[in-house]
Design a protein around this ligand. Sequence first.
Ligand code: KIV
Length: 265
Amino acid sequence: MGKITISSLNRMKAAGEKIAVITSYDASFTRQIERAGMDVILVGDSLGMVVQGHESTLPVTVDEMVYHTANVMRGSDRTMVIADMPFMSHATAEQALHTAGRLMKEGGAHMVKIEGGAPQLDTVRHLTARAVPVCGHLGLMPQSIHQLGAYKVQGRGEHAAERILKDAVGLQHAGAQMLVLECVPAVLAAEITKALDIPVIGIGAGVDVDGQVLVLYDMLGITSDGTPSFVRDFLADTGTINGALEAYVKAVKNQEFPAQEHTFS
Ligand code: KIV
């Protein structure tokens, strides 16, 4: 199998082949993830919660993201790797460029992910005009947890849904080449996926998107403070880590995951 690039993902979207994405934070899991046939790895700032034990993703630093991205890159050969821009590392376009430069040059990431819609459009334009590939992140944005008050579904109701759709189109126009949609009603995610040319990856966003992403520790059922309702425990289903990863890839490709019980209306 050849290396996965953004061109491969665009071809998959055009062909209707679902894209399997998972988070990883180290080299050993990354090797297992690659063997299972995953398309994309996200070095998520979720590591602040599942690896470091923080209550939110906010304390994660750029140095830590660079460290974990470099660990993942040492275990990876063909998978495309996206690294998260942590909280307050992209407050201005110049700061975002500096952060993205570190994640790509020191960490080795192929793309960076930024949470946010309209307020981030100038930053996305600034990065993409300077050869930094960007993945947007809309819907539930964990870096905004203290504004939101709780991790809950976003985009319910006409105005909220319209705003997310507008932000998604805006991100694509600003040059974003992928989009993550987290915890939105399945109908809205399907509408956004249809409206955009770029691959849309869902988490708690239903099955009618171009691919799925899960937090590795959630789908292995080892997250200590409870697993979100949109997650399936693939380790409980299969009994081995290899088996769980392979079953996840297969279930995403066959559109067996997410099922109705993992979906918001
Ligand atoms: O940080 C992360 O792992 C993420 C996923 C939940 C999409 O952003």
